[in-house]
Design a protein around this ligand. Sequence first.
Ligand code: MEV
Length: 278
Amino acid sequence: MQSNHQTGTAPGKLILCGEHAVVYGQKAIAFAVDLTTKATIRPRTGPTNVRRVEDSLVQEAAQMVLGPNWEVSLTSTIPIGRGMGSSAALAVALVKARHRDLTFDSLFQSALPVEKLFHGNPSGLDVAVSARGGVLLFQRPCQLQSLACPSWQVVVLDTQQQSSTAQMVRYVDSQRPRVDSIIDQIGDLVEEAAKTIGDPITLGEILNDNQRLLAKMGVSNHHLDELVRLARHCGAYGAKLSGAGGGGVVLALIEDPEPLLVQCNRRQVPAWVCRPWS
Ligand code: MEV
């Protein structure tokens, strides 16, 4: 019997270095993680509908990618609104479900308008990582370099605070020209990080500098700062917010995750070990 459904799966991401500055043409480094969104689509007669989803933007995204006459089911393990690329993964998964064997460029160009629907002025970093996987050095509009997958691991610490990337990007825009030199300094850090990606000690210092600049920019907050301090106290080489900030997650580059995981468990902070995923 022939199956009448099609599926597409796409990963979430973590930004190692360079969020926000990447919106203004600086480079950033991000990597795919082993958390995914899967879209299953089946033909139906009538308007396209995403089952059991109230969010009107998600309905609009499905309509945008698929046109009419589809029923969509979504499953995802990517936390929503935490800067881990859930909307980009949704966009890429929908495009992959509809179109087989797309080149990276076609996949990127088809998914980016959907990301724009969610975030207004995305750099394209999240879509690029979700579409390509692995570790990427990215520059707007879509200049990519795949970096060798490093052997280090990170611990992700979740503030459990949702934040809106669109709002945070608008906030940074409202802070210009005050933040222009910070944007340039973050760009310089990313260049250094790309050269030392295999050396967790040097990379950790770069992440700490990046966090300091993000805090100066105004996108960190009390919860994020506290988790960054905790991670460093538990031996992280470096720790910073990852994503748009204002909530979401902290990424900690750490040799032995155990003490940090124990402390997070004690404080009821969700935390887990993550590696770059190709
Ligand atoms: C969001 O994951 C990363 C930002 O730099 C926005 C973007 O790149 O589109 C804050």
